[in-house]
Write a new protein. Structure first.
Length: 311
């Protein structure tokens, strides 16, 4: 049933008005935003784990400092996004609970292991590269708090992407063994990075409505194509080979054609059966349990301060 409120809401969207927390919005709009922003926040928090794995083993002080800063940024993005979700009437506790109970989704990409130091380069280059491609249009999302949060997040992700590409460049120009490591990590991260953009358009349940509401500005397949077009020349500059025998520049379209994505692998990961799904959730649960004393201390401190202010 379409009401007058729905019609007026769509007119505001079409006029490029930003929707703010206290404005009327359809329940479906609120629900899909909570879903997307929460999944995005969880991705940032779980996304700290694969790279965190290498902080203690970074090969130099300079690399360690950069990686520490990057992982810290991701924690910041997660908290920032939980706050954006809270403006829609859910609490951070609820969202964290859903994550720890295994009921919430987060990006498929963070369920792969980081086996070598080169994976830190590949994550920055490809995973942050894909994240930027997807998130720059979100700076124009119709929901104000999410759009504004994305501006800072995208600036920081750009730094992350450069950090990763520069690392890959150092390895690709290094010894034969270093170059092999870089190629091996490209081989393992390429296809999962393409899956980050989500199912193909004809399989994407939320796309049509989210495009009409201007939450999404481009479809999953459009963004995936843009990512391939931008990344292939970067791989060529590194002297590395993209692991796709079907990849070729299509002279007619000006875009790269690429091979079929293994959607079975993607769907298995979404069901919780990826290589690291269990390990990631266990790490988050452990961090939550071991952080209980911090939450208790902060609550006690806040209560004490409130009491002092009342006097
Ligand atoms: N993994 O109908 P659609 C980062 C789900 S970047 C897992 O197409 P939609 C930075 C989807 O949620 C990564 N699930 O859905 C970083 C839906 O599930 P539901 C995070 C996926 O929303 C870098 C179902 O499949 N970025 O963290 C995936 O229209 C390095 C149907 O899909 C964002 O979250 C996937 N790859 O489009 C951190 C960006 N793809 O809820 C550390 C914001 C789809 O029906 C290190 N999100 N699904 O059960 C979005 O732009 C959108 O939500 C999409 C999906 C494009 C991800």
């Amino acid at each position: 049933l379409v009401t007058q409120d729905d019609i007026r809401f769509q007119e505001r969207i079409d006029a490029e008005d930003k929707i703010e927390p206290r404005d009327w919005m359809p329940d479906g709009y609120r629900r899909t935003l909570v879903r997307q922003i929460a999944q995005h926040a969880h991705s940032e928090i779980v996304g700290m784990l694969p790279e965190g794995n290498w902080i203690t083993r970074a090969p130099s002080l300079r690399r360690k400092v950069a990686l520490l800063a990057k992982v810290q940024d991701e924690g910041g993005h997660g908290l920032y996004l939980y706050s954006a979700a809270e403006t829609l009437g859910v609490s951070r506790d609820e969202l964290v609970e859903q994550l720890l109970a295994g009921k919430a989704k987060y990006s498929s990409i963070f369920n792969y292991p980081t086996l070598t130091w080169a994976d830190i380069g590949a994550i920055g280059w490809l995973v942050d590269g894909a994240a930027i491609m997807n998130q720059v249009p979100l700076c124009r999302c119709s929901y104000g708090p999410y759009a504004r949060a994305m501006v800072r997040v995208c600036r920081e992700e750009s730094f992350h992407q450069r950090q990763g590409y520069e690392l890959m460049l150092a390895l690709a120009n290094g010894t034969a063994e270093q170059k092999r490591m870089a190629q091996d990590s490209l081989n393992r991260w390429w296809w999962p990075s393409l899956m980050m953009f989500g199912p193909s358009d004809d399989q994407s349940a939320h796309s049509a409505q989210n495009m009409a509401w201007k939450i999404k500005r481009f479809s999953n397949d459009d963004l995936r194509q843009r990512f391939v077009d931008a990344t292939v020349p970067q791989a060529e500059f590194l002297g590395l080979t993209i692991p796709d025998p079907d990849l070729r520049l299509n002279a007619e379209t000006g875009h790269y054609d690429f091979g079929a994505i293994d959607w079975t692998e993607f769907n298995e990961i979404l069901k919780g059966n990826g290589p690291c799904n269990r390990e990631r959730l266990e790490a988050r649960r452990k961090a939550w349990d071991e952080g209980a004393w911090v939450r208790e201390a902060a609550t006690a401190h806040a209560a004490k301060r409130a009491q002092r202010e009342m006097k």
